[in-house]
Design a protein around this ligand. Sequence first.
Ligand code: UDP
Ligand code: MG
Length: 322
Amino acid sequence: MTPLVSIVVPFHDEASGIDMFFAAVRPVMDARADVSWEVVCVDDGSRDDTLVRLIAQTRSDARVRVLELSRNFGKEAALTAGIDAARGQAVIPMDGDLQDPPSLLSPMLDAWRGGAEVVLARRSDRSRDSVARRHTAAWFYRLHNRLSKTQIPENVGDFRLMDRVVVDALRRLPERQRFMKGLFAWVGFRTVTLDYARPLRAVGRSRFSGVALWNFALEGFTGFSTAPLRIWTYVGAVFAALSLLYGGFILVHTILSGSRVPGYASLFVAVTFFGSVQLISIGLLGEYIGRIYMETKQRPIYLVRSTYTAQTPHASDPVLSR
Ligand code: UDP
Ligand code: MG
């Protein structure tokens, strides 16, 4: 009996790349005689032919399974769905656009067979990214790791191998807002890192815009650190001390040289400045309260409409009989 390895792939509107994806992954995995494998595909509410093409893959290869989510839940939720469904002794989340090179699968499996519980794939060079994206990424990691006890390794995405013990640990984290990079880092375990150069997207385009990345970063900060909440105690203390000093200065100055009526400018600046500081801190409170609110609803992270395997009869297939 060879151990089973599950490759988990979220797909959202990737129809044009699917056949290419399987053509690239299949030979690499077949070349490994020491493992058997399955691919768990998650169709994350695609509006194109993604689902039909994935189902076609299950017909020609019994090792392919497809989970169809009821709508687009986002990559993090789709990954969670796939990881929950994976049966392997090792699980490898992978993008469906071939930006996570299949050639790395074999070295990852070697490291796992050698005793690693987590094998990370780190992008050794981001030179193909725009200057802005490279810098914001660097700032994000620096700030996050300064604020949070959970250290996220730099330039590491979701592409990694996890042993079953790690997957089971991950599945015990119940949060609804899933910042996978952070959750992966939080569970820890014996880790080995491999470097690779990230290729450009095979086809199609990235779904992560500037705004999406900003929200993603906010999710990371608020999910793994309360420092942004606590900082306001100290900001408040510093300004209280400063205003006390200034108050003393005015008092002494008034006693010595009488009352000065002018002061419109300093008053105006103080009022607007403290007003904005308070709004910022209230906004930050709102970020956390909003997240508490979402968590307390206890909604499921994803909903599966149907599952497709090689055994799924055509007749019960809503997509193919449509
Ligand atoms: N993806 C998904 N749901 C989404 C957006 C993306 O399942 O709402 C999948 C997408 O199909 C791809 C992977 O997540 O397999 C990475 O997406 P993308 O290539 O757009 O991100 P990038 O590589 O630019 O970070
Ligand atoms: Mg991509």
